[in-house]
Design a protein around this ligand. Structure first.
Ligand code: ADP
Length: 492
């Protein structure tokens, strides 16, 4: 019996491969960066062939480090950057242009026009999304309009569309399988998340030929056999990176939340078999397709989280590295009334003011560097609090403990403060690789490595639990101060 699970974690800046044993220990990993292409202001592209090449090379390196071959790999699971669009010629396998990356804003105006024409309620009801350039739909429509010969190729049935998971699956199966999973499909703004199919009305709005779309499949499912350097290995799992992280964090029951503290925060709450009506700027999305059914999640994000710490370092130069902030924040008892609202790019849920800008408020003569640093960390927790509360309102579910990962989740002060403000346990996993782990587990379930989600839970070790210690009154007083600070920086 092959022993290992291979996770391909295809991110925005790097392609990683992680090998896990059945107990979910990391056996080896490898990571390669690839080019970020910025042809114009606000435009972001990737070379899909470079993505494929770095992904396969990271797999080769991870296997070499572990001293294993394809025969030792039971299954492959893919977690990938979401929404990014690739179109390729199925006869040659060549992409027709660079991939348009999720961050790319080139279709912002097209989205405004769609909204004016009345598309927003349709998109919201069917896809759970707000009309935004972020999602794949308008990027694909842009390619069909603007890449020479693209529409003709698509109409002839020779152009294939895929998000990065489809692109990898198609290539690894040597063009045998053109498929995606429900989670990736749910981020395209072309997929009906309740009926689980590409939505013809939306395809008509965007003039997208249905024949170029991949087949949408469950996330835990044998998509096909990959040629892994000469050995056939099943590709048995695929999910968008945030959903993979939700799964890797074992947020299996409704109300469980994961928060990834990176540059921004990505927060998802499992809502079970119920796709809630998206409201308050939250998105409704498919959490995974597994065991013959689909479960849903509500998703919200904080734009500036770790980026506020980067600003302390690079903008203010009051710290030299992010990790210093933990001790500095704990060197003072509180922020002495200082609040920072890092609305560098406006404020998201629940305020939705794109013109808001950052402030530091409540400064008195006694305030010093440590207070400001502490206020910056606290702002990450307050913003996460706001999103989680908005999710509770949108879903009608009470959040259970939150499970955390990402670079800034290493900060003990921040995690304790988060637990205190939420009045809820914050659970930090011992393996920071939730995304890769989720992909591996989805693949393990589809191939019988695991018989059930319970078996995964048994193998998942949670390193640290931060229990709320603050008095409720104190938390409420601090939150009231936060709301006041936010009110000061709102424009609208
Ligand atoms: P991303 O995937 O978005 O690049 P990471 O998960 O690698 O982000 O996390 C990096 C972010 O976390 C940076 O913005 C950095 O400022 C912040 N960060 C890293 N370590 C710490 C720490 N110990 N305390 C606070 N913030 C941190």
């Amino acid at each position: 019996m092959p022993k290992l699970l291979m996770a391909m974690d295809q991110g925005t800046t790097s392609s990683r491969c992680v090998l896990f044993d059945k107990r979910l220990n990391i056996v080896s990993s490898a990571q390669l960066e690839f080019s970020q292409i910025f042809p114009k202001e606000g435009w972001v592209e990737h070379d899909a062939l470079e993505i494929l090449q770095t992904q396969m090379e990271s797999a080769r390196q991870a296997m070499a480090k572990a001293g294993v071959t394809g025969k030792d790999i039971a299954a492959i699971g893919i977690a990938n950057q979401r929404e990014t669009v690739v179109v390729w010629d199925k006869r040659t396998g060549r992409p027709i242009s660079n991939a348009i990356v999720w961050q790319c804003r080139r279709t912002a105006e097209a989205c405004d026009e769609l909204k004016k024409a009345g598309f927003a309620p349709i998109a919201k009801a069917k896809t759970g999304l707000v009309v935004d350039a972020y999602f794949s739909a308008t990027k694909l429509a842009w390619m069909l309009e603007n890449v020479e010969g693209a529409r003709k190729l698509a109409e002839e049935g020779n152009a294939l569309f895929g998000t990065i998971d489809s692109w990898l699956i198609w290539n690894m199966t040597k063009g045998q399988v053109h498929a995606t999973d429900y989670t990736n499909a749910s981020r395209t703004m072309l997929f009906n998340i309740r009926e689980l199919k590409w939505d013809q009305e939306i395809l008509d709005w965007l003039k997208i030929p249905a024949q170029m779309l991949p087949e949408a499949k469950p996330s835990s499912h044998v998509f096909g056999m990959a040629d892994l350097f000469g050995t056939e290995v099943p590709i048995a799992g695929a999910a968008g990176d945030q959903q993979a992280a939700l799964f890797g964090q074992c947020c299996f029951t409704p109300g469980e939340v994961k928060n990834t503290y990176g540059t921004g925060c990505f927060i998802l709450m499992n809502t079970g078999e119920k796709a809630i009506e998206p409201e308050g700027g939250m998105l409704t999305t498919i959490a995974w397709g597994l065991d013959g059914k689909v479960e849903y999640a509500v998703e919200g994000s904080v734009f500036v989280a770790g980026a506020a710490i980067q600003w302390l370092r690079d903008g203010l130069s009051i710290i030299s590295q992010a990790s210093e902030t933990d001790e500095l924040a704990q060197s003072v008892e509180n922020t002495a009334g200082v609040y920072m609202v890092p609305a560098f790019v406006g404020l998201g849920a629940p305020y939705w003011d794109q013109y808001a800008r950052g402030i530091i408020s409540g400064i008195t003569r006694g305030a010093n560097r440590a207070h400001v640093v502490r206020a910056a960390l606290e702002s990450i927790a307050y913003q996460s609090y706001d999103v989680i509360k908005a999710m509770e309102t949108a879903s009608g579910l009470a959040a259970k403990a939150i499970k955390v990962d990402g670079g800034a989740s290493r900060n003990n002060f921040l995690m304790q403060f988060q637990a205190d403000i939420l009045g809820m346990e914050v659970i930090r996993a011992d393996i920071a690789e939730s995304t890769a782990l989720g992909a591996a587990c989805l693949a393990g379930l589809a191939t019988g490595v695991y018989s059930s989600k319970d078996e995964i839970l048994e193998n998942r070790r949670m390193a640290e639990v931060f229990k709320p210690k603050m008095e409720l009154e104190d938390a409420e007083r601090l939150l009231a101060g936060w709301k006041k600070a936010v009110a000061r920086c709102l424009e609208g």
